[in-house]
Design a protein around this ligand. Structure first.
Ligand code: FNR
Length: 184
């Protein structure tokens, strides 16, 4: 079994990106499991809190999933042409202490959805220096930028567009195949 930890960077109930992640989980081929992580309980990073109490339980839970995962899938919204603060905050927390070791050498793929015409191109690009600093292994072989998302998801944020679902299935299968190839 190939296991991928998937994280959506939106806290919004009907989020396009959370819907895209759920759809990715549903189209994963046989032998591939996407575990949907939840960043909603991750507090704002505060070094004083960290010094006093260590890693918050919500972050420890995400890191436990990351430790088990063969790869990481980031499903990123785009805010002001960059990474949404809540998403960066979650990854920053996860990278603290022993968490940093979990990212080293981990294959990471980034996708995203936005209602605009560029489909999170800028936010995806902004992830690369972060992922390089964390010494991950970015997966470059596929690209998925879901634009005009308003017409592709329903009011609950569930993906309803078959073409996008097909592109997503191809992306997930490609990433998973890359993970299997990488395995010692
Ligand atoms: C946005 N949005 C946005 N979209 C985009 O394509 N490029 C951008 O630069 C921005 N900037 C931006 C800033 C802020 C503060 C907000 C709140 C929103 C729109 C954004 O893509 C939209 O709200 C999506 O629905 C967010 O993703 P989820 O929550 O649907 O997953």
């Amino acid at each position: 079994m190939t296991t991928i930890l998937g994280l959506s960077g939106s806290l919004r109930r009907a989020s396009f990106n959370s819907g895209l992640l759920r759809a990715a989980r549903d189209v994963a081929p046989e032998g591939v499991r996407i575990v949907v992580g939840d960043i909603s309980a991750v507090p704002l990073y505060n070094g004083d809190e960290e010094a006093a109490h260590g890693m918050p339980p919500a972050v420890a839970a995400l890191n436990a999933h990351l430790a088990e995962a063969d790869g990481l899938l980031l499903v990123t919204p785009e805010y002001n042409n960059g990474i949404p603060g809540v998403f960066k905050n979650a990854i920053d927390w996860m990278s603290r202490g022993e968490g940093l070791r979990l990212f080293a050498g981990k294959p990471v793929a980034v996708i995203g959805a936005s209602p605009g015409g560029f489909g999170t191109t800028q936010a995806q690009t902004h992830w690369w220096p972060v992922l390089r600093t964390l010494r991950t292994r970015p997966w470059w072989d596929g690209r998925l930028m879901v634009s005009r998302a308003g017409g592709l998801f329903d009011a609950d944020g569930t993906l309803t567009d078959d073409k996008t679902r097909g592109q997503l299935a191809e992306f997930v299968a490609g990433f998973a195949a890359g993970l299997r190839k990488d395995r010692p």
